[in-house]
Ligand binder design. Structure first.
Ligand code: BEZ
Length: 272
């Protein structure tokens, strides 16, 4: 299997992502509605994965450019959608001469642990007056899973908190960062989205393999299997119901505008 290692010590597998985690793009369609893209608008998709939401936006008339840290995801996106534009890039340091009408992101920003740098990239990529519409994991996201991971990995001498690769901010925290970067925040919402996992009894184990591999780094295969089983045992009372796992997802949604050139400037500054 062709796997890749990202900066959060996380191994992405683009084939597993498409076959098992299709719900990521499915849920993403509701944030596409919030973007409300108009035909001919240019949109930068940050963390585009294998490109499904670029495809969705393009079917609505947008001219999209998708970026993702994972070269494997980008290779798969190019294979699936050869007519669309994709690039492997780190959103923390993304700089482009192009200016977009909108920057969009679904289920990706929680992997980027230096949010002020990402917001700077977003601002740099937007035209004055452009909008930033994003959804990602918010405060408390997968809290039950994180707690079970912490307890089970302690038994293997691993400090799970030190390996946690995720950024799940509150509304207040994220809005403050946007405002500090000059954005006008029009909308921000933190909400619970209990998310059923496929694969019955093994659903959480598969989720851990897909999304939380970095926590288990350094363990032997038998140790990993025991750690998955122990994490599942600990999480089961709160997250397993009627024969399936329901992950305790919390989402943060934002829509924010970069000021038009004249906004926020004094009349003196505008004359210059
Ligand atoms: C999420 O979409 O909330 C998520 C996905 C993988 C790991 C952590 C959170």
């Amino acid at each position: 299997m062709n796997q890749r290692h990202d900066e959060t010590n996380h191994y992405w597998n683009a084939s597993l992502y498409d076959s098992r985690i299709g719900f990521v793009s499915e849920y993403g369609k509701s944030i596409v509605e919030l973007l409300d893209v108009q035909p001919g608008e240019t949109v930068l998709d940050i963390g585009c994965g294998t490109g499904d939401l670029c495809r969705e936006l393009s079917s609505r008339g947008a001219l999209t450019h998708g970026i993702d840290y994972s070269g494997e995801m980008i290779a798969k996106a190019r294979g699936k959608y050869p007519d669309l534009s994709f690039e492997a890039a780190d959103a923390h340091a993304y700089r482009t001469e192009r200016k977009f009408d909108a920057v969009f992101s679904n289920a990706a920003l929680h992997w980027m642990t230096r949010p002020a740098e990402v917001i700077r990239s977003v601002s740099g990529a937007l035209k004055p007056g452009g909008r930033f519409v994003a959804e990602f994991g918010g405060k408390g996201n997968v809290g039950g899973i994180v707690a079970a991971l912490g307890e089970s990995l302690r038994g293997f001498g691993i400090d799970a908190a030190a390996r946690n690769p995720w950024y799940f901010p509150s509304v207040g925290e994220y809005v403050s960062l946007l405002e500090a970067a000059g954005f006008r925040v029009e909308y921000a919402l933190h909400f619970s989205r209990p998310t059923p996992l496929d694969d019955g009894e093994r659903g959480l184990e598969h989720w851990l393999q897909m999304f939380a591999a970095g926590f288990f780094a350094g363990l032997t295969e038998p140790e990993k299997r025991r750690a998955y089983a122990e994490t599942s045992r600990l999480a089961k009372p709160s997250l397993y119901r009627d024969g399936r796992w329901i992950a305790d997802y919390w989402r943060l949604r934002v829509a924010a505008y970069k000021p038009a050139a004249a906004e926020g400037e004094s009349p003196d500054m505008r004359r210059k």
